[in-house]
Structures are given as C-alpha cells and as structure tokens.
Design a protein around this ligand. Structure first.
Ligand code: ADP
Length: 460
C-alpha cells in the first residue's frame, strides 16, 4: 500500500512526463519536417538564383563570358556548398569548380556530408543540369552538385539544437512544477484525511472529544470531516447519556427501595407496629415504583416503530382548558397564576397522547415554579402547523443540562435536590409522542428566570 500523498505526486509527475514527452515528440517532428521543407525551398531558390546570375554573365554582342564575375559567383556558391560547372552552347567548359580547386571542392563536400551524417540525416550528392538562357536564347548549361535532397549548414543545426534545448527545458520545468503542485495538492487532500482517520481511530478507542479543527476547501473532504465531527459529538452525547442513565436509574430506584426495605425490616423485627399509616407509606412507595414501570412501558410503546396513532380532529385550545381545569387544586395550593390564550386550532392528532404531552408540560411548570409564580400557555397557528407554548417564571434549567432533559430518567440537579416527586421520564414521553406525530419539541430556559417549552405539530 502507498500513501495518498505519494500516489498523487507520482501520478502528477507521470501525467506531466507523458504529456511533455508527447508534445516534445510531436513538436519536434513537426518542426523538423517544416524546417526541412523550408530549407528545400531555400535551396531551390538558391540554385535558381545561381542559374539566373550565371545567364546574365554572357555578352551576346561579343559572344564572351564575364569570367571574373563567373569566378566569384562560382567560388561563392562553392563556399555555400554548391559545386558548379559551366558549359557554353558547344559543350566546352567555361568554368569548373573542380578544375579550379579540386581539393577545396572535396573538402567542402566532405565537410557537408560528414555534418549531415553526424546528425543522422540521410542523403547523397546529387548533380542537376540547368540550361542557361538569355532573352529566350540558349547560351549554355550549368551543372550544380550538392548534398541532396537538402543539406543544413552549421547555423541551421544550431537553430534546431536550440529549439530542442528549449523543449527539454520546458519539459524539466513542467515536471518540476507538476511535482510541486502534486505534492501541495496531495498534502492538502491527505492532511484532513489522515487527521480524520486518526480521529476515527480515537473515537473507536472511546475518546469522543476529538474534533478536526483544521480547514479544508474541498467540498467532499469538508463533508467527510463534518460527518466525523458530528459522529464524535453524537457519540460523546450518547456516552454521557448512558452514564447519566445508569446513575439516574439507580438513584430513582434507591429511594423507594430504601424506604420499603427499612420500614418492612422494622415491622418484621417488631420494632415498629404495622399500623395502617405505615403500611400506607409502603404502599405509596410501591405505587411510585409501579408508576415508573408504567411510564417506561408507555415510553417504550410510544417509541416503537409500529405505534398506531388513533388520530381525530382535536381543538387544542379547548383541550388545554379542559386539562388545566384538573390542575386547579394544585395551582391554588401554590398560588400560581395560570393564563391561557391564543387561536382556536384544529389539528388531527391522537387526543389521548397529545393530552399526555400537555399534562406533562403543565404539571412540570407547576412543579418547578415557586409559590406565587406565573404560567402562560399560548396556542397559535402558523401556515401548516399548530404551536403550543408553555412558559413559566420558575426555577429554570441550567444551560449545560438543556440538551439532556428530554432523555429518560434525566433530572436537572436542581430538581433532584428538591422533593418534586418526578422520575425524569415525563419529557422523554413528551418527545416520543411529538416525534410520533412528526412534530418537534424544544426548550429555552434561564436559571431563576423561567422556562419556555414549544411544541409544534402539523395541522393534518
Ligand atoms: P420529572 O418527572 O423529573 O419532572 P421530566 O422528564 O418531566 O421529569 O423532566 C426532566 C427534568 O427537566 C426535570 O427533572 C427538571 O429538572 C427539568 N424540567 C422540566 N420541566 C421544567 C420546568 N418547567 N422548569 C424547570 N425545570 C424543568
């Protein structure tokens, strides 16, 4: 197995290398071919010029050749790689490069052929005859020998070599740039992946408080990192709930069991008379335990996937008024002022279950509001939802406990310290019922200022 960084860097280098090699090969052969065509054209022009210039050196009035000019034309051509041989109309030699300086001719032709061979060019010496014509009249012939089909001089080769050098330099620079780009890109991609996989390992070993704090601008990586971060927070929350749940169950069971145990022991050992009063106390504790079990069963039922809701049309404001009538006694005892207002709101819900939601919220509001406090219930309609708001100015819930209060057996520390008689299942039941209706329940609260529970259910 290879690291992502290495794989990406190598792939980039490979792609760059392949592309540069292909471009170099194509451009090189294309340029060379074009250059050959250009040189062949140049050489054709050159021979035509030689022929025209030579034709002009014949004087038809005196039937003589200007030998001085012919000599310098011949020598110039020789130095440029063309060996010329001029004949008059009768076939007599007028000027012959070989006759003039055979060694120089051989030397020049030999140098050209060696140079072409050295550069791998194929070809051989060719001789071509051209008629010399003046004013439409044939005045002789010139034979031109050169390395064909074309030959390059030193400057031409220098030009081709510098082109190749430029292509090689571009290749080296491209490979370096793509290696560096690949490396940076790979680092950018690999870093969050490596970090995220380390975090995933930490999560697997039970350390849920790990988060990727770095930044990534890649959407897919951002989604991956966010998913792992969310997973870590939700596992951390679950872990904390699990710990709370165990502690809370133990706490809720301990109180009634201790009371029952000590009372019954005292009566068995004849320390206490089993008076109806004492037996009633024990019975109350058993009832408390039974209620807790019943609540748990209810919760389980509400949360089960195949829960059947008996939906019917319910007018919420009237339902709330009816439920609150049953709390009149408790409200009076604590001298709590209850206000109910809002819109008439008809929803299609399971009446008994939605009643449980209201009962739990109202009884909590009464439980956790001090004597002389206020409770306000408001019902309002939005576009396709009905909203029930239960607000009190009671003891409130600490901010750090808010995320947990809808969990079963969860009781905020403050309420635990007071004898409110709750077992921490009520809000879990509320949430399970509201969820079963496809609605939502939320809370905002400030300690010693009050709490506000908002339930939203769809109207149909
Ligand atoms: P309980 O039976 O303890 O009331 P709930 O599930 O109904 O259980 O509520 C969970 C916890 O949420 C309570 O123990 C209490 O700490 C807190 N709580 C619920 N409603 C209120 C409220 N209106 N004001 C203050 N705290 C509340």
């Amino acid at each position: 197995m290879q690291s992502l960084r290495k794989q990406l860097s190598l792939s980039m280098v490979f792609i760059a290398f392949f592309t540069v090699a292909l471009i170099s090969f194509l451009s090189n052969s294309l340029i060379s071919r074009k250059f050959e065509i250009y040189i062949e054209g140049q050489q054709k022009d050159k021979t035509e010029n030689i022929v025209i210039n030579l034709s002009m050196q014949y004087d038809t009035a005196t039937n003589t050749w200007d030998e001085n000019v012919i000599h310098s034309l011949g020598m110039n051509s020789l130095y440029e790689g063309y060996v010329i041989n001029i004949y008059d109309i009768n076939g007599n030699s007028v000027w012959d490069a070989n006759n003039h300086d055979m060694t120089l001719c051989r030397e020049i032709l030999h140098t050209i052929s060696k140079r072409m061979e050295k550069h791998g060019a194929k070809g051989d010496f060719v001789s071509k005859d051209y008629p010399l014509v003046q004013n439409g009249k044939n005045i002789g012939m010139v034979s031109i020998t050169y390395f064909g089909p074309y030959f390059l001089n030193e400057n031409d080769f220098l030009f081709l070599n510098s082109l190749n050098l430029i292509i090689v330099l571009i290749g080296i620079v491209s490979i370096l740039v793509s290696f560096v780009t690949g490396w940076i890109l790979a680092k950018r991609i690999a870093h969050p992946i490596t970090e995220t996989s380390n975090i995933a390992k930490e999560i697997a070993s039970g350390n849920y408080n790990m988060k990727f704090e770095g930044e990534t601008k890649t959407i897919e990586l951002y989604n991956l990192v966010s998913a792992i971060n969310d997973l870590s927070s939700s596992l951390s929350k679950q872990e904390s709930l699990r710990q709370h749940l165990t502690a809370n169950v133990a706490h809720e069971l301990r109180t009634p069991l201790t009371i029952l145990g000590s009372h019954l022991e005292a009566m068995i050992e004849n320390v206490w008379e089993p008076t109806p009063e004492r037996l009633k106390n024990c019975h109350e504790e058993i009832l408390r335990l039974s209620k807790m079990v019943a609540d748990l069963e209810l919760l389980e039922k509400n949360e089960s996937a195949n829960l059947k809701l008996n939906k019917e049309n319910v007018e919420l404001l009237a339902l709330i008024h009816g439920i609150c009538d049953n709390f009149k006694g408790e409200l009076k005892n604590k001298n709590i002022n209850l206000e109910i207002d809002g819109d008439k709101s008809i929803v299609v819900v399971d009446k008994d279950r939605i009643s449980s939601v209201v009962i739990n919220l109202v009884s909590n509001a009464i439980k956790y509001t001090d004597v002389g406090g206020n409770i306000h219930i408001n019902v309002r309609n939005t576009e396709n939802k009905s909203v029930i708001i239960v607000e009190d100015d009671g003891m409130g819930i600490p901010e750090n406990e808010l995320p947990f209060i809808f969990e079963r057996f969860y009781r905020a520390d403050k309420s635990r310290n007071r004898d409110t008689g709750g077992s921490g299942i009520g809000l879990a039941i509320v949430k399970s019922i509201v969820d079963a209706h496809g609605g939502s329940v939320s809370v905002t609260s400030t300690v010693d200022v009050g709490s506000r529970f908002v339930v939203e259910v769809g109207t149909v």
